[in-house]
Write a protein that binds this ligand. Structure first.
Ligand SMILES: [Zn+2]
Length: 333
């Protein structure tokens, strides 16, 4: 397998081509935000916080996984910006025990309220089992994440929005790394129209096959009728704030966050990740984190050699089989 000489995208990545220097078309066509662009976003972000602060039961609803990036985001929102945060944890049945301990410890330490929301495992098993075995999403969706992660994140985003609307929380925060989501979407007003569009890509294919049991975990038609002025602004501040994995780990460790040793190297919270990555690599011949890691490398926040080792690392088969057995899937190894 050959890789772009600038980022870490492999020659198996959809739509990729290389110039004479071995640099991929994504590197050539993806603008990397400069310091000025980050500064403009930071100013906009801080003005937004001031305009929304202290007017609602909570200032911010944070999508919280207990992993390093969302923990760091929680630390920034509470310590640096003194915001009143409600952390929303989606327990997909595969949250590591250490991640759950981190969630309790960090929300207590940082003074955030916390909801841990867990659908019955049977429902998650059906949804993940379907995503693992059947092509239910468009291929484009799967360039940037595995089918299993796409399912989970789709439910998380829907539940987050549902919770923000019901508690009347004006801001919704995510801990996306600079490679996971572009700076252009770092501050974005949500609205019913966009939500209807995202329903078509994830909610509808899932509900069509699994049925109405999944409906409570997505927005309903009544939710979509909520006045557009009540819809929150999505923010993912790591797109324009400092992002250095080592520094992040140091900062949150100083607050008592403990790195789980039972998860896949690309995830600091989820025991399903190894299986999700394994199935994706078997099927598409590229790592589902390749796009994200390429973005982080391109933005200068990670050494290319480290990124390369991440996208080449094979999954621990014990972890793959652990998740597969819980889902009742045979991965054949
Ligand atoms: Zn590249």
């Amino acid at each position: 397998m050959n890789f772009c000489t600038k980022c870490v995208l492999p020659d198996t990545f959809p739509g990729i081509s290389f110039d004479e220097g071995g640099v991929c078309n994504y590197c050539r066509n993806t603008p990397v935000p400069d310091a000025e662009e980050k500064r403009v976003h930071l100013e906009k972000f801080e003005a937004l916080l001031e305009s929304r602060r202290s007017k609602h039961p909570f200032d911010v609803l944070l999508a919280y996984s207990g992993g390093k990036d969302s923990t760091y985001t929680l630390s920034i929102l509470t310590r640096r910006y003194k915001l009143k945060v409600l952390a929303f944890v989606f327990d997909n049945g595969f949250v590591s025990a250490q991640a759950l301990q981190n969630i309790r410890h960090m929300t207590d330490t940082l003074g955030a309220a916390c909801i841990i929301f867990r659908p019955p495992f049977e429902i998650m098993k059906r949804a993940f089992g379907l995503a693992a075995s059947t092509d239910i999403y468009s291929p484009k969706t799967l360039d940037r994440a595995s089918s299993i992660c796409t399912t989970c994140i789709g439910m998380v985003k829907a539940m987050i929005l549902k919770t923000a609307l019901s508690y009347d929380i004006p801001l919704v925060a995510f801990g996306w790394s600079p490679g996971q989501a572009p700076i252009s979407s770092a501050i974005m007003q949500t609205n019913p129209r966009l939500q209807r569009f995202s329903h078509r890509t994830i909610r509808d294919p899932l509900i069509e096959r699994i049925g109405g049991d999944l409906k409570p975990y997505f927005l309903s038609d009544a939710d979509l009728e909520v006045d557009a002025s009540k819809w929150p602004v999505n923010i993912h501040p790591l797109a324009f704030l400092e992002y250095d994995e080592e520094e992040i780990l140091k900062d949150i460790a100083s607050l008592g966050w403990v790195k789980p040793l039972d998860t896949d190297p690309n995830s600091t919270n989820c025991l399903l990740n190894a299986l999700a990555n394994y199935l994706h690599r078997e099927r598409f011949r590229f790592h589902p984190y390749a796009w994200e890691i390429a973005g982080i490398v391109r933005s200068g926040c990670m050494e290319r050699s480290l990124g390369l080792s991440k996208v080449c690392e094979e999954e621990d088969m014990q972890m793959v089989n652990y998740a597969a057995s819980l889902l009742g899937i045979d991965v054949g190894r």
